[in-house]
Design a protein around this ligand. Structure first.
Ligand code: HEM
Ligand code: HEM
Length: 192
């Protein structure tokens, strides 16, 4: 039976589901953001795509709150045997930086969208009011931070994914496998 909660050895199903759901949505929001800002006013999607980007971004912020709460109330699985202390420190730094960058990207997205004092409508389900509206040139400044930190986030994803693939194909350990919810391997297990 797969476990919902993390154990000292492995990630539980909730942490795994939250990890991959957020990874997919963040990559999707990046692609969408990148594409939508180049649309011209006459494009039929000129208004729709930013509405979708903002709506999904706000829903993702709610998922992030759940994820942080879950992370803080669950044990963190120990690194797989063979991971060096330097790798452990680097991984921990990257994981914390992820949370920080995601929060700042979301918050600057909120500041761009509400700079004119109008609330963000989330697919007609609910809306998020404007609060901070008086930062000078708020829309442009928040837009720049949003753009550059979104690039930074993706650069970190590349590094993070490369590290996961290195564990899998070079070190041949279970780091990636346990984030995929697979049982510890028999394939390479005997000589580990
Ligand atoms: C992790 C989540 C997010 C990612 C990765 C992301 C990524 C991006 C990217 C790559 C762009 C294009 C930037 C440019 O080239 O100027 C963009 C634009 C934008 N994003 Fe996000 N975004 C996220 C969340 C949000 C949220 C939560 C909101 C608002 C609630 C938001 C609102 C906007 C707006 C309004 C723009 C257009 C900015 C402009 O016209 O310059 N984003 N986003
Ligand atoms: C936007 C994309 C991604 C983000 C924001 C992200 C974020 C994170 C974070 C914060 C953790 C630490 C565990 C936690 O707090 O839940 C983690 C763990 C992990 N991620 Fe990602 N990740 C992303 C994409 C990927 C991809 C594409 C891969 C694989 C190719 C991957 C593989 C892993 C693995 C194997 C772990 C477990 C590390 C360990 O056990 O110490 N992630 N990720």
């Amino acid at each position: 039976m797969p476990k919902m909660r993390n154990t000292p050895q492995t990630w539980g199903t909730i942490a795994i589901a939250l990890h991959w759901l957020m990874a997919l949505v963040i990559l999707g929001l990046f692609g969408l953001g990148f594409y939508m800002v180049d649309l011209t006013y006459y494009d039929p999607l000129y208004k729709t795509l930013p509405e979708i980007h903002k709506g999904i971004g706000i829903l993702l912020a709610l998922v992030l709150v759940l994820r942080i709460a879950w992370r803080l109330t669950n044990p963190r699985p120990a690194p797989i045997a063979g991971t060096t202390p330097l790798e452990e420190r680097a991984a921990s730094l990257v994981h914390h930086l992820f949370y920080l960058l995601i929060v700042v990207v979301m918050f600057t997205g909120y500041l761009i969208s509400t700079a004119d004092g109008k609330p963000i409508d989330v697919f007609g389900l609910f809306s998020v009011s404007a609060t901070l509206t008086s930062i000078p040139e708020q829309e442009d400044r928040a837009g720049l931070v949003h753009e550059y930190l979104a690039y930074g986030l993706i650069a970190l994803v590349v590094l993070h994914a490369a590290a996961a693939l290195k564990h899998h194909f070079v070190d041949r350990d279970d780091t990636l496998r346990r984030m995929l919810g697979m049982r510890a391997s028999d394939r390479y297990g005997s000589d580990q």
